[in-house]
Design a protein around this ligand. Structure first.
Ligand SMILES: *Cc1c(COP(=O)(O)O)cnc(C)c1O
Length: 373
């Protein structure tokens, strides 16, 4: 029997996740305070090892954020002014902000509106003599079609930088997100799969030279005592690294619960006007977000809000239509899949601590919102 007393379901409630790992976090914080070593120390080194191992990659380099991780990955590849980097038009703004920060020009590919992942054919259409890299985004926790993208990259001599900000723990053909590209960028922003209590990110790669370069760039471009190239300050601190280490062992369990809840939604929405995004590899999806498409999105959200269900939209504007990027991205239009998704997508509450009853409340609210349509 479902609990009919539920009146409200929040889109996300970080306090629940925190409560479930509070003892481990307190112990991690105490360990760092006792050590009095705060930036780039043993906690960071251990976290880098554990993260690389979780991704089946050889190296991880802890940095200040996911945005920095993308920028540093591009700089490690020597990509900058005069170069073009392809990413998809329906990503979170930081993917593109990082390309611009590197000095390169973002070129946008369209996406498959059924899966919201990069459309490989569209990537071919935006390649030019200046293209140096492709950044597929594993949007919402689902890996892009990495085989097709790697094929295009190999044909044209391009690097692949996976944007794994939403996909730690995801898999494609059995291989973890972060192990497919030349380099990968992760974010540990508090709402991501593995959340720090502040900002944090990492670059992951199996290329020793690129890892060494990313390591230099994150700290002023310094190697030993000499500055060997121009760098930035984007270090991971010991507190965040220790907290991430405390939570990393819980990731697998959290991912399973997310999949379970997503399946509950999927079953309830089958044969209704609510259309969950299609899965490329359902078992590899970690559902950082649970996203559906509905015809009258804004009315649907208002109805759900009235029934106590908080929703969000990821993302309501494609990059080439964002005011800040109108003049700095190529091409200016013709990205129909991304534009359609911007009109139709809505994200429903999904996090590991959500109860079955709460999900059932979201489901009945959603079904009643489309009942008249
Ligand atoms: C969150 C996110 C980023 C940026 O990560 P920050 O840690 O916030 O800098 C980049 N790309 C995608 C797809 C994201 O979701």
């Amino acid at each position: 029997m479902s609990d009919t007393s539920i009146r409200q379901v929040r889109f996300l409630d970080l306090s629940r996740g925190l409560a479930s790992s509070r003892e481990e976090i307190d112990a991690a914080v105490a360990r760092v305070l006792d050590s009095s070593w705060f930036v780039l120390g043993t906690e960071v080194e251990e976290f880098e090892r554990e993260l690389a191992s979780a991704c089946t990659a050889a190296h991880a380099v802890g940095v200040g954020s996911g945005t920095d991780a993308i920028e540093i990955a591009l700089r490690a590849l020597d990509i900058g002014a005069g170069d073009e980097v392809v990413t998809q038009a329906n990503t979170c703004v930081p993917t593109v902000a990082a390309i611009v920060r590197s000095g390169a020009t973002p070129a946008l590919s369209d996406v498959d509106p059924e899966t919201a992942t990069m459309d490989p054919e569209s990537v071919r259409g935006v390649l030019s003599a200046r293209t140096r890299a492709v950044i597929p985004v594993h949007l919402y926790g689902q890996c892009a079609d990495m085989e097709a993208i790697a094929g295009i990259a190999a044909d044209h001599g391009l690097a692949v930088v996976e944007d794994c900000a939403q996909a730690l723990g995801a898999r494609s053909r059995g291989k973890p997100a972060g192990a497919h590209g030349t380099l990968a960028a992760f974010s540990f922003y508090p709402t991501k799969m593995l959340g720090a209590l502040g900002d944090a990110g990492a670059v992951v790669t199996s290329d020793r030279e690129l890892a060494a370069r990313a390591r230099r760039i994150r700290q002023y471009g310094v190697d030993g005592e000499r500055s060997v190239e121009q760098g930035v300050n984007s270090r991971l601190d010991e507190l965040q690294a220790a907290i991430l280490r405390a939570k990393l062992p819980l990731l697998e369990r959290w991912g399973q619960r997310r999949r379970e809840l997503a399946e509950r939604y999927d079953r309830a929405f089958a044969a209704t006007p609510i259309r969950p995004l299609a899965r490329i590899d359902a078992r590899g999806h970690v559902f950082q977000l649970y996203v559906v498409r509905v015809p009258e999105r804004d009315a649907f959200r208002r109805e759900l809000g009235g029934l106590g269900v908080e929703t969000r939209v990821h993302y309501s504007t494609a990059i080439h239509q964002q005011a800040a990027y109108l003049d700095s991205v190529l091409p200016k239009g013709g990205l129909r899949g991304a534009e359609q998704l911007a009109r139709e997508v809505v994200s429903l509450p999904l996090y590991p601590e959500l109860s079955d009853d709460e999900v059932d409340h979201v489901i009945s609210a959603a079904l009643s919102a489309v009942a008249g349509s």
